[in-house]
Design a protein around this ligand. Sequence first.
Ligand code: NCN
Ligand code: DMD
Length: 344
Amino acid sequence: MHLPFITATANAALSMQLDAAIDSKTKPPGSLGMLEVLARQLGLIQQTTSVALTEPVILVFAGDHGVAAEGVSAYPQSVTWQMVENFLAQGAAINVFARQNGCALVVVDAGVNHAFGPRDSLVDRKIAYGTQNFANQAAMTTAQCAQALADGIALVDELQGNVVGFGEMGIANTTAGAALMHKLTGIPVSDCVGAGTGVSAEGVRHKQHVIEAAVSHHAGVDDPLAILATFGGFEIAMMAGAMLRAAERRMVLLIDGFIVTSALLVAARLQPAILDYCVFAHCSGEHGHKRMLDTLAARPLLQLDMRLGEGTACALALPLLQAAAGFLREMATFGSAQVAEKLD
Ligand SMILES: O=C(O)c1ccc[n+]([C@@H]2O[C@H](COP(=O)([O-])O)[C@@H](O)[C@H]2O)c1
Ligand SMILES: Cc1cc2nc[nH]c2cc1C
């Protein structure tokens, strides 16, 4: 399979132009804080000092996990397809937040354990009716993993705009995400697991033991794509493919919570320059997310103790991204507004 190739955004001459443009605006230098960091990043991604965000979209990937059979979630597996129906009926949190912020939403069946039948507003990329239970065998075959990556790439090829947010839905996928985090970072499993949908402290310890046993069972799996196939999910693999292609197309990637970031961990192992294109929407309340973000040297925009997934934090962070692009494009300069500059 041909994986996307991502170019780093570093450009010394453009960086200086962006700094000059940002500092020329009618404000004390640095006073827009993180928005200035974002504006600079957007300029480097788009290779211009006049940035513009067009047709933002959030892709929500849904998939089921065989490891749910180990009793690692607070909810039954059927909630995955039921929540997909809720997305299609416009009733979920992501529907509300995307609507509020003028963001399109695309729901993708990457591998839900349910037959939806033909549906106008559901993108059918079902790889299988859920993954296998990684406690006993690899979650997916190499071919299924490659197909999921390729489908993610193809989905992003169809997008018109230049901003894409990533969201997911999948009962038990914090267990998959924690296993990926452990395998890809070496951080102890105990620091990767969390409450997910709300399991008890004992439930979190059970998750830890399930993952530790699976990691020993699959000893020697060390290549990033093999780790993805062994412990990942169809929605996670499809997101990783979509992320790689989005960065190759020089789009802005909005990264949601724990599971979305675990997909990015895989993508960043394959193409480290992808991180230049990522805006981290929030630090999730899921226990391992802060450590995961730290390993990527990521600075999240929001910290609202949210741990829902669905791409909800992407929708909430979008106005901040638009503020960064807007000030760089529209604010007056000290010269144009005839405002006196800083005293020496
Ligand atoms: O995005 C997050 O940080 C996040 C943290 C905890 C849970 N979730 C969501 O909850 C589901 C997974 O939780 P669990 O307990 O079933 O592993 C899945 O549908 C995710 O979208 C999402
Ligand atoms: C109700 C519910 C909604 C969700 N949205 C994302 N993950 C979810 C998990 C549950 C349980």
